[in-house]
Design a protein. Structure first.
Length: 206
């Protein structure tokens, strides 16, 4: 697969509670208008039924121009007719996720050090996410930051598509791409003006 430069993550935890499905869908739409073509739905706190309801509505409203990836849950990926599943080190293995979603959907995996990158490289994941590159407030108990030098080392360790994540903003995104990342995954720096910010990210990484 070829990754777009920007991989937007819609993290339900960043929306004020009670979470409005309309607000989530509107956010996803704004990102899409801003040029986002790869979007992950991430919900760490709510129920599975709520996540499925959000995901189905996002799937319904966004046309096929946006590739939708479900965080953590392969079952919800299938139930919402998403295009892929993203697993972390404590979730289903990429192999297990692949068994659930099949060959035609995307499987992505998070890694936090070179050993994990090499393991992911040898497995069935379609892309490898690596980070946190910089300090992040969007993840509970994040692993140690890997820095731009870490990205360079990860790039040398795999030929699979490489997504970088963690503290990436419009100010530092270019440095991460120049270190060899194919794509940057972003939560915070899209939140306040999703359409305009997505457009800026994409322009500065051409
Ligand atoms: N995994 C590593 S860092 C991170 C995740 C999910 C959070 C990234 O969010 P932000 O706000 O772009 O730093
Ligand atoms: Mg996970």
């Amino acid at each position: 697969m070829t990754l777009p430069r920007l991989y937007a993550i819609l993290d339900v935890g960043c929306f004020s509670s009670p979470v409005s499905k309309t607000a989530l869908v509107e956010y996803a739409r704004e990102l899409a208008i801003g040029g986002v073509t790869l979007l992950q739905y991430r919900s760490k706190l709510g129920s599975a039924s709520e996540a499925l309801s959000h995901a189905r509505e996002i799937r319904r409203v966004l046309n096929d121009g946006v590739t939708l990836v479900m965080n953590d849950r392969a079952d919800l990926c299938l139930a919402a007719d998403f295009d892929g599943i993203h697993v972390g080190q404590d979730d289903l293995s990429p192999h297990g996720a692949r068994k659930v979603v099949g060959q035609r959907r995307i499987v992505g995996v998070s890694t936090h050090n070179l050993e994990q990158v090499l393991e992911a490289d040898a497995g069935p994941a379609d892309y490898i996410a690596f980070g946190p590159v910089f300090a992040t407030a969007s993840k509970t108990n994040p692993d140690p930051v890997v820095g731009v030098e870490g990205v360079r080392a990860a790039r040398a360790a795999t030929r699979k598509p490489l997504v970088t994540i963690g503290g990436i903003t419009r100010l530092n995104a270019r440095s991460v791409i120049e270190a060899g990342a194919d794509s940057v995954a972003v939560i915070s720096d899209l939140l306040s003006h999703p359409r305009a910010s997505a457009g800026e990210f994409l322009r500065l990484m051409v």
